[in-house]
Design a protein around this ligand. Structure first.
Ligand code: 9MG
Length: 277
């Protein structure tokens, strides 16, 4: 299971760690774009030193209640960071966006992956993704970020999420996205109760059987607070536990804030797997 990300080929039968680099006003409290870019690159550099294979650069918060961002604002936030990281660091830069313009710009600046929490459903997104020739991550979200956590309901969460993802796969492949450039993501925390999230976590092997590599993100999320009673700043152990389960269940890319600790956990899983007889 190999996939090429802007010239870098990776074996996705292994688990890789993706570091999160948010470029939103609350992520760096500083006084300007230059400073923000510098700090974002610094953060990415540390993540690479800690073992990240990917860094995911995003300029629009998808947290419930977050203010929407104009396309121009998103471009202004993300472009210099993508360009600087792609030029300076040996890492696959993923661009976390639903905007066709940001996808095109990100690709031209050296991004290697499009990570879209809206699964390329915005106008022009599928066409833009095809044009870039980059792999895409299609994520499931029920509803919209502002309201998605208001009593989400499913007939059967695992089947419903799988059906949505396979429908998006069909649309994307018909439009020209090659099957071997698609990753799928059940979208932990995006329109799901704690029970839905943990049912999806338990069913990751089933999701793998859809035939596409998986990317997941649970780092510091509410679902971990709901079972541990911990605030966001205290969720590292639970995040590492969730990442460990993901690696054991064959997830290819694990999106996290805490790269060093997660890479250690993935290495333990890999050591066990290569020792198994
Ligand atoms: C941007 N973003 C925030 N959470 C995410 C998740 O769980 N998966 C993906 N693919 N992107 C996410």
């Amino acid at each position: 299971m190999r996939m090429k990300f802007a010239g870098r080929e990776l074996d996705l039968s292994r688990s890789h760690v993706m570091g999160i680099v948010n470029v939103t006003p609350d992520s760096f409290s500083d006084g300007g774009q230059y400073n923000t870019t510098e700090l974002a690159v610094q953060r990415a550099r540390q993540m690479v030193a800690d073992g990240a294979t990917f860094v995911d650069v995003g300029g629009e918060s998808t947290r419930p209640g977050a203010a929407p961002v104009s396309e121009q604002e998103e471009l202004d936030r993300v472009s210099p960071v993508v360009e600087a990281i792609a030029r300076q660091l040996d890492v696959v830069v993923s661009v976390d966006t639903s905007s066709a313009a940001v996808m095109r710009e990100g690709a031209s600046l050296g991004a290697g992956l499009i990570n879209d929490v809206r699964a390329l459903q915005r106008e022009g997104a599928v066409e833009a993704a095809v044009e870039t020739g980059l792999p895409v991550c299609l994520m499931h979200m029920k509803g919209a970020p502002g309201t998605m956590q208001e009593r989400p309901e499913y007939r059967h969460v695992v089947r419903d999420v799988a059906a949505f993802l396979m429908d998006r796969v069909r649309v994307c492949e018909s439009a020209g996205v090659p099957a071997d450039q698609i990753l799928l993501d059940p979208g932990f925390g995006f329109g799901k109760s704690a029970e839905h999230n943990f049912q999806l976590l338990a069913a990751l092997e089933q999701m793998r059987m859809l035939g596409y590599p998986l990317l997941v993100g649970m780092s510091r999320k509410t679902m971990l607070g709901q079972v541990t009673g911990r605030e966001v700043s205290e969720r590292l152990p639970a995040s590492v536990a969730a990442a460990t389960i993901s690696a054991l269940k064959g997830v290819s890319v694990i999106r996290v804030h805490d790269v060093r600790e997660t890479v250690d956990a993935v290495r333990v899983v890999e050591a066990m797997q290569s020792a198994a007889y």
